[in-house]
Design a protein around this ligand. Structure first.
Ligand SMILES: Cc1cc2nc3c(=O)[nH]c(=O)nc-3n(C[C@H](O)[C@H](O)[C@H](O)COP(=O)(O)OP(=O)(O)OC[C@H]3O[C@@H](n4cnc5c(N)ncnc54)[C@H](O)[C@@H]3O)c2cc1C
Length: 396
């Protein structure tokens, strides 16, 4: 008999208590800690609740996933396979892969045996991803890939990269690109970490120099990469806002900020009350957007632009959280020193909040999507839409 949602939640919470210890925040874990915990949680039946049974999931409804999100998110346990691998790459392989690719990759992704990274952005292609210049040329049974990617999250230690590559420069820019699965240990893949202003190194440059990839590693049809990317970006917006995984980019900050305001005796100040109430409302709106997304997933209904709406909301919540940290934490938030009584996490939150409005497509791009697809405003003009890619002027 299938356990009920509440039995599942109870079993998961007591598993976390037994295995992570009380009060442990799993944010400081090493990649290896995360991988081992993910594997153990998969083996105990907690991961892949909504995934089809034939690919390693449990085939349950999204209520189990919501329960999982609440229990694991409350422990801030970002697992090895959470956002990029399971939230973004796995559903893209599911949507666009052959049966052989689904069988080869999906269960290993869910279990945390493999981790994936997205090789999309380039120095000359970010919001305008159809401008990628990384080339893949077929040589016998292998693709030969050359180019440079940038801002690649989770590339250090990744097993596979899902890469957007140009496969035909004679076709217009949207028509001549494809998606390739690149084993990251292939000769010619060079991953170089980049340092952010927060001091973290979340992302990397990735250089691809004559990387040889089996012909069968094409995901989706040849020159149909734009359609694959469309699916991937929908999953990404959902995963990064309020969607399907344990820890969205914006975690539950309201309680921590309220406690800090009380401890510092500023909770009755009008500006503090105002920003806290805005955070509370925004967090609730995001929760409801998440429920809408998960219901649409359950019903296998088209997701539409709801991911863009969630992502705009998540970016707003992140900005409000940054502002609240300054108002409540005071000068230590902007210039933290080791002797300060305030925890450095408030300064860190301030330096990290801009990420949410950029990664996975900027807020301006999400607003364009909403303008065109929700409000029915005229589409943005794309003068180079029908020009063969090789004839479009480029910087290099
Ligand atoms: C933390 C983090 C992690 C990331 N991880 C990955 C990853 O794993 N893999 C990956 O491939 N990429 C990743 N990225 C890259 C991210 O997807 C891009 O930074 C983002 O899409 C914007 O592209 P860009 O930086 O080239 O900026 P640009 O596209 O050059 O944009 C610059 C500015 O112009 C605005 N703009 C551009 N076009 C328009 C338009 N048509 N209408 C209105 N405004 C516009 C933008 O909103 C922005 O403000 C990551 C970024 C961050 C910050």
């Amino acid at each position: 008999m299938v356990e009920s949602v509440s039995e599942f939640g109870e079993r998961l919470r007591s598993w976390l208590e037994d295995n992570l210890g009380p009060g442990v925040e799993a944010t400081g874990w090493s990649a290896e800690d995360r991988r081992r915990t993910t594997q153990a949680m998969f083996d105990a039946g907690f991961i892949g609740t909504t995934w089809p049974v034939e690919y390693g999931g449990r085939g349950l409804s999204s209520e189990y996933q919501t329960e999982y999100n609440n229990a694991v998110g409350a422990r801030k346990a970002l697992l090895a396979n959470d956002q990029v691998t399971v939230g973004i790459c796995a559903p893209t392989v599911f949507d666009c892969g052959t049966e052989a690719q689904r069988q080869t990759y999906l269960q290993r992704m869910l279990r945390g045996d493999d981790s994936w990274t997205q090789l999309l952005s380039e120095p000359g292609a970010g919001s305008d991803l159809a401008g990628v210049t990384t080339r893949a040329v077929l040589d016998g049974d292998e693709w030969v890939v050359n180019g440079q990617k940038v801002w690649t999250s989770a590339a250090v230690g990744a097993t596979y990269g899902l890469a957007l590559v140009r496969t035909d420069s004679d076709l217009p820019k949207y028509a001549g690109i494809s998606t390739l699965i690149i084993p990251m240990d292939s000769p010619g893949v060079d991953v170089r970490p980049l340092k952010q202003m927060s001091g973290d190194s979340d992302f990397n440059e990735v250089f691809l120099d004559n990387v040889r990839v089996p012909k069968d590693n094409l995901l989706g049809e040849l020159n149909d990469g734009w359609a694959v990317l469309g699916k991937m970006l929908t999953h990404e917006r959902i995963a990064l806002s309020a969607g399907t995984i344990s820890s969205s980019m914006v975690s539950d900050e309201f309680d921590a900020l309220l406690a800090l305001a009380q401890a510092r005796g500023v909770v009755n100040r009008p500006d503090v009350r105002h920003v806290l109430s805005e955070i509370y409302m925004q967090q609730k709106l995001l929760d409801f957007t998440g429920i809408r997304m998960r219901r649409a997933l359950d019903a296998k209904a088209p997701m539409g632009p709801v991911g863009s709406i969630g992502k705009i909301g998540a970016a707003k919540l992140a900005r409000l959280t940054g502002e609240a940290n300054i108002l409540i934490g005071g000068e230590s938030t902007v210039a933290w020193r080791e002797t300060d009584s305030l925890s450095p996490k408030h300064a860190r939150a301030l330096l990290r909040f801009p990420i949410v409005g950029i990664a996975g497509g900027t807020t301006e791009i999400q607003k364009n999507v909403v303008a065109e697809r929700v409000l029915g405003l005229p589409r943005e003009r794309r003068a180079d839409r029908d020009t063969p890619f090789r004839d479009i002027p480029k910087n290099r």
